[in-house]
Write a protein that binds this ligand. Sequence first.
Ligand code: MF3
Ligand code: CO
Length: 268
Amino acid sequence: MIYVGSWIRCLREINDRMIECKSARQIERMREAGKIVAGALLLAKKLAKIGVTTEFLDGELDKYVRQHNGRAIFKGYMGYPKSICTSINEEVVHGIPGPRRLNEGDILSIDVGVEYKRYVADAAVTIPIARISPEAERILTVCEEALNRVIRNIRSGTKLSEVAGWIQQYVESNGYSVIRDYTGHGIGRDMHEDPQVPNYVSESLLARDVTLLAGTTLAIEPMICEGSADTEVLDNKWTVVTKDRKLSAHFEHTIVITDEGCEVLTRE
Ligand code: MF3
Ligand code: CO
């Protein structure tokens, strides 16, 4: 499916698909959506304490988003039942909020997507619950730094494969593996637009490689593991876990590429 919006300044072809460069007006809406996402994640950090259930967090964040005139877009997306994703420890992404209570030492990934005036922003953080082990601390630090390295280095002219390579190289040199079954993505009017943004370099990525230009909006989301990167989906059809049940971490920001670098749209 190719979406071609009305405010397109430039298009870049990859195979039969397009990357849309957003207009200032589109970016402003995504910035507003991004502020709501950032506020919701800040609230999550305040509320995520020992004994709290993930469905409580879901309710509170959904309320926050609605109070700010946004809509939590995960709800109903391909039948997803809740407003946010809460993925604990060996859960990689798409954990469904429920009656489970947070324990000391857990690491909790919270993923929030918000639509505001028909534009979308998406971000995630992995939150330590009370005191966590040094091993858990380290995987969070490496995952967040992998994302920050992209934010510091990306600019108009960067290739998609360079982004993938920066993440992979940094994560693997720190002894972790990179999830291959799920990727980051373009974002805008839809939560998932072209291009896919893998966190590793492959032949297929090099074959469809593309130069990223100013105005391109991406959700960059390293998902990394302590052990093997192999994943499986639980019987609830959503929750992605590591096959070896070792820890996984996930950080995500929505960014817009500029001539000088990038602007993070999901920061307060
Ligand atoms: N940040 C995730 C993504 O980019 C969240 C999707 S959860 C879903 O795909 F429920 F909406 F699928
Ligand atoms: Co995303």
